[in-house]
Design a protein around this ligand. Sequence first.
Ligand SMILES: [Zn+2]
Length: 457
Amino acid sequence: MTTTAIFGSYVLSRQEGAQQVLRDHWVLIEGRRIAAITPDKPSAAEVFDRPGRFILPGLLNLHNHIFSEAIARTLTEDGNGRRNNRSIIYTVLLPLSKRGAEILSREERLAVARMGMLQLLKGGATTVMEPSRNAIPELFDAAEEMGIRFYGAPYVFSTSDAKAGPDGVVTYAGDDGQADMAIWNALHQRWHGQGDGRIRLAMSPHATDTCGPDLLRVAAHRARELDVPITIHMAQSPGELATIAERYDGRTPAEYLDWLGLLAPDLLAAHCHASTDADLKLMAARGAAVLNCPRVFARSGVTAAFSRFAAHGVRTAVGTDGYNMDLLGELNAAAIISKISSGNAEAASAPELIEAVTATAAALIKRPDLGALVTGATADLTVVDLTHPHLQPLFDPRRALVALANRANIDQVIVDGRVLVHDGRYLHGDEAAITAAGAAAIEKIWALPEAQAAFAG
Ligand SMILES: [Zn+2]
């Protein structure tokens, strides 16, 4: 069994259900478990004993899109592709990721997937949940190969070709998801439990306006049969609220899901910033969770404040939505956007945000072995180097992490006891080659006439 000992000037442990910052402790890893957290130097085959490190439980990024966001990268900032500030989800992201998956070879899709996994790991995540088109199964291959803990969430749609008309209303027609459910089941059969259990699936009806009642009932039933989480996009825009109200007797998206029995503790609903206060109260009462991705919406001038969900008592995690897959940067955005929108400096404190991507996120996917550095836990760790000049002098490591640190300060990323990133570099592949191959594949999609049209104006 491999043994590794890491010295932390600060170690974020846990006592009686609350965060506890230990000074000058060692974390001992034996195989895939945390064997001890101790002030005394343990003996181990591999020893990392440089001072100045902050050892955290591995961070969980529960909402990310490697493929679709790579297509939009540096093309949609400053309003491009938005035509009067509209959402780009149905006009750019969904159609181009569908078309892109078709024109790229398996090797090219794999290259994009590897580039994304590399970014996620270097962004501090040990676990990612990745809702994606089911035509990109290479995401599973890349996750298995590169060592991240992966919850693949291949979409099911009532229509596999969701598009919005000029009025913003999504066209709803198709086979009601039967083909997508069959693919989801096949991927579950192939991948769930692979990589020594690192690879799992989540049920992933795409959104409230692209999934009808029958499909949502079938998907929820299947998820509960298999005991996997359910994730969905919900209340992402005022247009979605209008569509759901018109189709389903004035219901809000939250009421629509509640009517179908989906609003429950196993539901992880991404975004929800267009929800009414009554919707958030209903979500809190049902135990459903919000996956808050504030930075991607800030890009388009939309406020998605962590503090608003927290203030309603909704269990809330933080994800990157594929945009700038830097979980530390996302926590910083969550803090600043919450403080501005609430007008309250105390909103979204550093411990609260760290909790969201550790213990809270682990609880949302029912993984008590993750999200806390305690003896016996699974050895997923994110280690940050606090010796950089912008992090000194240091009074409070948690505030330094959220207010001042970013992905360049990630020193080590360890998953299942295996060191994947060390000194900020990925150890098991050539970073430059992975990046070049992934970018070249995305540039092929950019060359499509429909891509050029989508990004114009
Ligand atoms: Zn999303």
